[in-house]
Write a protein that binds this ligand. Structure first.
Ligand code: PLP
Length: 433
């Protein structure tokens, strides 16, 4: 086995192995971890990718990032628990495909990263008596995927903070009906307020001493890197030249994982980062200035992020703006355009998008109008049922409710109300895990 180290992009902390990078989440100097080197895969593997199962592809892609931290058989077992569902590619137009990433247990793409991270942490903690507490702020989908992935994972408790009245009914059910080692805190405030509490908790010595806190958002390498598999799975289905991907982007973890897939040798010609009106990166591509504005609430709520954490990783990979703009473009769209796209695609193609996928489709259309020789795949990142209120209003039909959602609709919601940081801290100390 070979070693793999992660260095902090702030450059002040020591490099660490995969296990430490996962446990720390963020380096001590506040920087994001980045793999020290990314070795391209054997070109024969990519040429013959059609002969490999998703599981085999997963192992080949992921193993260099794990180094010596997990042995071969245990890594295989972790992967088999991570990707045991389908990633269909659906043709919608002559040169447009939808990559459906919502067939996991919580119906959004974050299941892969959350399950991989949960299983890695369970593995690292299996012989330890000290519990880890995973603290996570969510705008809806992350919390659900993390709750599901960490459910009954040994040695870990999960505390989820979500903003009151700002997640959909189904998202709230997914967050609050788990019990066992999962606790939901309903914060009287916005997603940003939840994130502030989490950040403050991480530097609170007293809390850290008692709870051994870990983060579970896409800054964690175990949540971020497995997302590169989607691009391999889609390539395997189509195996075409001239492929481009449009990625509905919020915190830019998913698209950054796509860029890693390209570095590993996957022949992808271009990436389109499609955003809602929280358009810091589309503006960056025009002005080369990173200038976040206050976050605005939209129908694609998982992308309501104005300061995307993972963009520093992208800048690290492409230090020269000319190189970056060769491989990546970024466009933003407002809610009116998004819902109109959703309606048109339903009426013309009988295909129901969710609002995030609709933003991805819009970005792809815009790029293909300038580059008509390309073949495009957009990532359909969530099941439309998660946003049924907006979707049903536009397409004027009732969506069928999947079995896994029906089950949770019958369960009672359980959460603890939180007002501010001191209230949070007080209630943490009386939690019974
Ligand atoms: C999280 C999320 C996104 C944004 O992904 P990032 O990796 O944060 O850019 C897009 N769509 C859905 C449905 C999501 O849950």
């Amino acid at each position: 086995m070979s070693s793999m180290y992660y260095r902090s992009l702030n450059g002040k902390s020591k490099k660490v192995n995969f296990e430490t990078a996962v446990k720390n989440g963020l380096a001590k100097d506040g920087g994001l971890y980045f793999p020290e080197n990314v070795k391209p895969l054997d070109s024969n593997f990519i040429k013959n990718i059609g002969n490999y199962s998703n599981f085999e592809i997963g192992y080949k892609v992921i193993k260099q990032f794990i180094g010596d931290s997990i042995n071969k058989n245990d890594l295989k077992e972790i992967l088999s628990k991570t990707i045991d569902f389908n990633f269909p590619v659906v043709k919608l137009e002559k040169n447009i495909y939808s990559l459906e990433l919502f067939h996991g247990p919580t119906l959004a793409f974050k299941d892969v990263g959350a399950r991989f991270m949960a299983n890695c942490l369970g593995y690292f903690n299996k012989n330890k008596s000290k519990l880890n507490t995973v603290l996570v702020a969510t705008s809806g989908d992350t919390g659900a995927a993390v709750a599901n992935g960490f459910y009954k994972v040994k040695g870990t408790n999960v505390v989820i903070l979500y903003p009151k009245n700002k997640v959909s009914e189904i998202q709230e059910r997914q967050l609050t009906t788990n019990k066992n080692n999962i606790t939901a805190l309903r914060v009287n405030g916005s997603f940003d307020d939840c994130q502030k509490i989490v950040k403050k908790a991480f530097i609170d010595k007293e809390l850290n001493k008692k709870f051994n806190l870990t983060s579970a958002n896409s800054i964690n390498v175990a949540r971020w890197l497995p997302q590169s598999l989607y691009y391999f799975f889609a390539y395997k289905e189509l195996q075409k030249e001239n492929l481009v991907f449009s990625v509905p982007s919020g915190n830019f973890g998913n698209i950054c994982a796509g860029l890693i897939a390209e570095k590993l040798g996957l022949p992808i010609k271009h990436f389109i980062a499609s955003t809602n009106i929280n358009d810091t990166i589309p503006r960056y591509f025009k002005s080369q200035v990173f200038d976040p504005k206050p976050t605005i609430q939209t129908v694609s709520n998982a992308m309501d992020v104005s300061s995307p954490s993972n963009f520093v990783r992208i800048q690290e990979m492409f230090q020269n703006f000319k190189d970056l703009s060769k491989i990546m473009s970024s466009y933003s769209f407002d809610d009116i355009e998004t819902l109109k796209m959703l309606k048109n695609v339903y009426e013309d193609k009988n295909y129901v998008l969710d609002p995030h996928g609709a933003v991805g489709y819009l970005g792809l259309k815009k790029y293909l109008s300038i580059n008509p020789e390309k073949i495009g795949i957009f990532l359909e990142t969530a099941h439309p049922i998660k946003f049924s209120k907006d979707v049903e209003e536009v397409i004027k039909i009732k969506l069928d409710i999947p079995e896994e959602i029906n089950k949770i609709l019958l369960k009672e919601k359980k959460y603890i109300d939180i007002d501010d940081y001191s209230d949070f801290k007080e209630k943490m100390f009386v939690l019974k895990f």
